[in-house]
Write a protein that binds this ligand. Structure first.
Ligand SMILES: [Zn+2]
Length: 328
């Protein structure tokens, strides 16, 4: 990744700034809005009424050289510092789309201390990486038993007033058709992974997240991905979207050039009302430093392509930005 960053300097990759910070309230006065908070990287808090879902956050942010040549582990003090402001005691689930360290390494501390009631929805590889050392492996609900795709709806995972459907996906390459840290883990680990290379991606999923009303009707539908995927990987089932399109789609811009038709294909598949961009920043910088865009991606070109096919509102949020959306 250090090499990649250097290449970016040479190539002069386009920089971008966050398009939102603080509070973005699209539903002023709405009693029961859909709320989202961007925690940076793949991390979001998504809530409606008493139902809260979290997606795998990262606050440890080891530097690029450190991650490449030294051992890494979760910086639990940083996790506590940045998770403590949020009340996640009743959070129902933590969604992890793939098992790279920037999506899974800080999940054990988050789950044990901050979201003690949450189930962890993740792949078999993620469950095996969490193994015997983390204290949370028995809280993993395996995504593959419920997963669907464009042609075949999967099964819903029910967590109170929220239901979740994993969507079979695939981790796109990071650069030049090369994917960092590929692989699966077939047996539970007894010890904590210590190298970035040990946090292999494993089976990869996107997710549909439905928040249900009192009568069981869908009040809000959210799509979440934590890695760019080649279409139709990660697509929601056409039959479900025909019944109800997505309210908010969380899409990843970083490395979009590595697959064809991202984001166009997902916009066509999901027909979202709003789009939020996540995992857009350079996560080798500490959380305390200003955000800058991930290297190697032409973010201005991503924006241009998104605008070409999507006429609705969209944002690239600064960390901690809070959104409120009303019903469609
Ligand atoms: Zn990844």
């Amino acid at each position: 990744m250090y090499v990649a960053a250097c290449l970016c300097v040479v190539a002069g990759c386009a920089g971008v700034s966050p398009t939102a910070h603080g509070l973005v309230d699209i539903a002023p006065g709405v009693e029961d809005p859909l709320g989202l908070v961007y925690l940076g990287n793949g991390g979001w808090i998504i809530s409606h009424g008493p139902d809260t879902v979290l997606t795998g956050p990262l606050f440890s942010n080891p530097g690029a050289v450190h991650a490449a040549v030294l051992s890494i582990r979760s910086d639990t003090a940083e996790v506590d510092r940045y998770m403590s402001p949020y009340d996640l005691a009743g959070a129902k689930a933590i969604l992890v789309g793939h098992a790279h360290y920037d999506h899974l390494m800080d999940v054990p501390r988050t789950a044990v201390i901050h979201a003690p009631s949450a189930r962890i929805v993740a792949s078999r590889t993620a469950a095996n990486l969490l193994g015997g050392w983390s204290g949370v492996a028995d809280r993993v609900d395996l995504a593959e038993e419920y997963a669907g795709d464009q042609e075949r709806p999967g099964r819903w995972m029910a967590y109170g007033g929220v239901r979740i459907m994993p969507l079979r996906s695939h981790h796109g390459p990071h650069y030049a058709s090369y994917t960092l840290y590929p692989g699966t883990v077939e047996r539970p680990r007894a010890d904590e992974p210590t190298w970035a290379t040990e946090w292999v991606d494993g089976e990869t999923y996107a997710f549909l997240i439905d928040f249900l009303g009192a009568a069981g009707a869908v009040e809000f539908r959210v799509f979440y991905q934590d890695a760019v995927a080649e279409p139709p990987y990660g697509f929601a089932p056409d039959a479900l979207i025909a019944e109800r399109a997505v309210d908010v789609a969380i899409l990843v811009p970083s490395t979009f050039e590595q697959v064809p038709w991202h984001p166009e294909a997902l916009i066509d598949n999901l027909r979202p009302r709003y789009v939020l961009l996540g995992h857009w920043e350079d996560f080798f910088s500490p959380v305390s430093e200003p955000m800058k865009p991930s290297p190697m991606t032409d973010h201005a070109e991503f924006d241009r392509r998104l605008r070409r096919v999507f006429g609705g509102d969209w944002w690239r949020p600064a960390r901690w930005t809070e959104f409120r959306f009303g019903p469609g």
